[in-house]
Write a protein that binds this ligand. Sequence first.
Ligand SMILES: *Cc1c(COP(=O)(O)O)cnc(C)c1O
Length: 368
Amino acid sequence: MSMEIKGWISKMPEYIPGRTIEEIKKEYGLEEVHKLASNENLFGPHPDVIKKICENLSNIKYYPDGECCEVREKLAGKYNVDMGSIIVGNGTDQIIEMTCDSFMGPGENAVIADPTFLIYEKSVLKRSGTVIRVPLKDFRQDVKKMVHSVNNTTKILFLTNPHNPTGTNINRSELDFVMENAGENLLVVLDEAYCEYMTAEEKIDTTGYLSGNRNLMILRTFSKIYGLAGLRIGYGISQDSIISVLNKVKLPFNVNSVAQRAAVAALENESYVNEIKAKIEEQKKYFYDVLVKNGIGFIKSYTNFILINSGENSDRIVEELLKKGFIVRPGKNLGIPGYIRVTIALPDVNKKFLTAFVKIFNNLYKKG
Ligand SMILES: *Cc1c(COP(=O)(O)O)cnc(C)c1O
C-alpha cells in the first residue's frame, strides 16, 4: 500500500483475542471445545430475554431508537438518576472510546494501571494522547500511586473495579481517596464491568459519588453478568454536563434495536443477576477448593474469572489444555506471564476443566 499510515496507528498495541471454538475444533480434531477465555456469563441470559428478542425481530427493518430511551428510562429508575445522566453504547468499549474522543487530545495523557483493560490505551492513542502506566501492587491497582501520578496534562484516570485481568477489587477507602484527591480538572472513569459479581459486603454504591464535585464516569455493561456479550450494549452514568458532551460525538444509531430490546428485558428480570451471582460464587468456591487441595496458587477473585498461577511452563499448559478442548487466556498476552486467566463456567465444565488442568499441572511440576 502506498498510503501513509498514521503514527498513532503504528503505535497501537495489538489486542490478542481469545481463540475461537471453531478454530480449535478444526486444529485439534475435537468435538467438544469450551471457551473459557473471555469472561462471558456462560449460563447465558434470562430465557425471557431471548423470548423478547424473537418476538420483536420483525422490527429490524427500522433504524433503532438513536437515544435508547427505553433502556435509559429503565436504568434511570434502577439508579434513581435522571435519564440525562445516562449514555448507552455499542458495548462499554464504545463509551470508553467516546470519552476519549471527547476529552483527550495531543499533549494530554491518561493514567492507567499496568496491566489493565487494553481498550483504555487504544482509545487514548487514537486521540494522540499518551498513557502514564502505574504497575499493579500485589495484583491490585495501586490507587494512591495512580492518583499521585496525575500531572497537569492528565485528562482521565482509568480505574477498573473489579480489575481485569486480575479479578482484584478497589475498596471503599481507596475509592474515597481517589474522589477526594484526584484533582478537579480530570475525569475519573470507573469501569465496573464485573461489579455485579461482588458480594453485598464487597460492593460499593458508586453512584453516590456522582453528587459531589468530582467529574466521574461510571461504566457498566450487559456483556458480563447479563449474558449479552454478543449483542454489544453497555452504558455510562455521569454528570449531565459530561453526558451531553458524549452525546455530541456519539454516532446517530450506535446501539442496535435487538440489543436495546434485550437490555430492557434483562432489566425487567433483575433477580436473575442474583441467581447467576450465587451460582458463580458456589463454583468459585469449588475452584478454590480444588486448587488449594493441589497446592496450586491463584488470585482471590471478585469476578467470574480466576487468575491461576501456572508457573514457568504456562505456554505448555495452555497448549495441553487446548488439546483437551479448553481455551483459556495466557497471562502472557495480558501482561501477567506465569498465569492463566480462566472463566468460571457451568458446573460440569468446571469439573472437567479442573480435572484436566490439575493433571497437566502435576505432570509438569510434580514428577516422581
Ligand atoms: C468486558 C469488559 C468490559 C465490557 O465491554 P463491552 O464492550 O461492554 O462488552 C469493560 N471493561 C472491562 C474491564 C471488561 O473486562
